[in-house]
Design a protein around this ligand. Structure first.
Ligand code: GLU
Length: 297
């Protein structure tokens, strides 16, 4: 025990020395990486004619739907209970412009299959969680975005070199989340029926690690996070076969709220917060920062 502590102490001294040696202009990589931006909370926020905003104000907090199992995107830290990831940062930026500080946000975990019903049923004020803008979903909810564009890909065991594209997993066992665009597209693109389905992608990844399925399919952004968390075991194939423009889901009938959310996204993209948030979250999974897509909703 004592030896271990002594080694740990020696190592932290070394680490401090290394940081100091880098000097002011070149902070250590881990130092920069850990820095999440904070967002200025608007004191006088108003959204004229928005039922969603009025109800949140009355309640004194925002209720935001998010994922809990997607590393670097929407993840609930099991030790601290806090939410982390790029989608969580996007949710916080918007909240700040609506006048809500982080301690006035309640995150609710909503999986892929339950997004439209929780938005249209008013259980959440808005949803941020790798949510692709699609014509079918737009029949039921409205979107602000896109704020990021992903592409569907495959996650496989690292040593399975034979999996090189969607075609290469034809006839194999593929796992994805119920209610996602990923299930529909893989069925269309490479018939692998029946697709094994769970509520979350984390459940699929567990099945991949125990060899019960051959691949997990969904957005590359999600898969890169799981690959990074299981370093040395998993590999993202790297050949995307769809475009997944991520939007913030809001109630269809609340046009004023939709506009307020879109304005908030634009403001934080323009002032550099988007990029800072990306670098401190999704960027850590090894995905290079993409161009920020133009808002079309
Ligand atoms: N972006 C895709 C979708 O919205 C897949 C990821 C997800 O299920 O959240 O369906």
């Amino acid at each position: 025990m004592r030896t271990r502590r002594t080694i740990a102490a020696a190592m932290s001294v070394l680490a401090l020395t290394a940081v100091a040696a880098c000097g002011k202009d070149a902070p250590a990589a881990t130092d920069t990486a850990a820095k999440l931006p904070t967002y200025t909370v608007k004191a006088d926020a108003k959204v004229e004619g928005s039922k969603t905003f009025d109800e949140a104000k009355k309640r004194g907090k925002l209720i935001i739907g998010a994922k809990a199992d997607q590393p670097y995107l929407g993840f609930e830290n099991p030790t601290t209970g806090t939410r982390e990831g790029f989608d969580i940062e996007i949710a916080k930026m918007i909240a700040a412009d609506l006048g809500f500080a982080p301690d006035k946000i309640e995150f609710k975990t909503i999986n892929s299959a339950n997004r439209e019903t929780s938005i249209s049923g008013g259980q959440i004020d808005y949803y941020v969680g790798t949510y692709s803008i699609t014509p079918a979903r737009k029949e039921k909810v409205a979107f602000a975005g896109p704020y990021y564009v992903a592409g569907q890909d495959l996650l496989v065991l690292k040593d399975k070199a034979e999996y090189t594209s969607a075609e290469s997993i034809k006839g194999k066992k593929v796992c994805s989340a119920t209610g996602s665009t990923s299930v529909k597209q893989i069925e269309k693109f490479a018939p692998v029926l029946p697709v094994t389905q769970y509520d979350t992608y984390a459940q699929c990844v567990d099945k991949l690690l125990t060899n019960e399925v051959d691949a997990v399919t969904t957005d590359d952004a999600i898969l890169k996070g799981f690959a990074a968390k299981n370093a040395g075991k998993l590999r993202v194939v790297g050949k995307t076969f769809s475009q997944e423009p991520y939007g913030v889901g809001v109630a269809k009938e609340d046009a004023a709220f939709q506009k307020a959310v879109a304005d908030a996204l634009k403001a934080h993209e323009d002032n550099g917060d988007w990029k800072k948030a990306y670098d401190a979250t999704l960027g850590l999974s090894g995905a290079a920062a993409p161009e920020i897509p133009a808002l079309t909703n």
